[in-house]
Design a binder for this molecule. Structure first.
Ligand SMILES: [Zn+2]
Length: 114
């Protein structure tokens, strides 16, 4: 990585991201019902937009490589990241069962005909 100033800026960025997530987690775990409703109304859409943006940015290109991830060295060759890249694989790990969201909340699947 570059200079100490760049490293400090990256550390600050990472700290801010973790602080945001820690605050969301704090409200989920220890917040009042009112604060949780505010979280759902304001921050859940933000987190959804984040997840959608990451998935959109990491789509495959026409050659089957991630359109967003750069090149990396594998032994002696510089290769492009194949799709699904680590970002998409991680998202899939956390969002592998879309029906669970509805089931946990006791909501019927809107795509069911009955
Ligand atoms: Zn990617």
């Amino acid at each position: 990585m570059g200079s100490a100033a760049v490293r400090a800026a990256f550390d600050e960025l990472e700290d801010r991201l973790h602080e945001y997530l820690d605050n969301v987690e704090l409200i989920v775990r220890k917040g009042s019902d009112e604060s949780r409703l505010s979280l759902v109304a304001v921050e859940v859409p933000t987190l959804l937009a984040l997840a959608r943006a990451l998935i959109r940015e990491h789509r495959p290109d026409s050659a089957g490589h991630c359109a967003s991830c750069g090149h990396r060295w594998r032994r002696w060759w510089l290769i492009r990241e194949p799709w699904p890249c680590a970002v998409v694989r991680t998202a899939h790990q956390y969002m592998t069962n879309p029906d669970r969201v509805l089931a946990v909340c006791g909501m019927p699947d809107p795509t069911d005909d009955d």
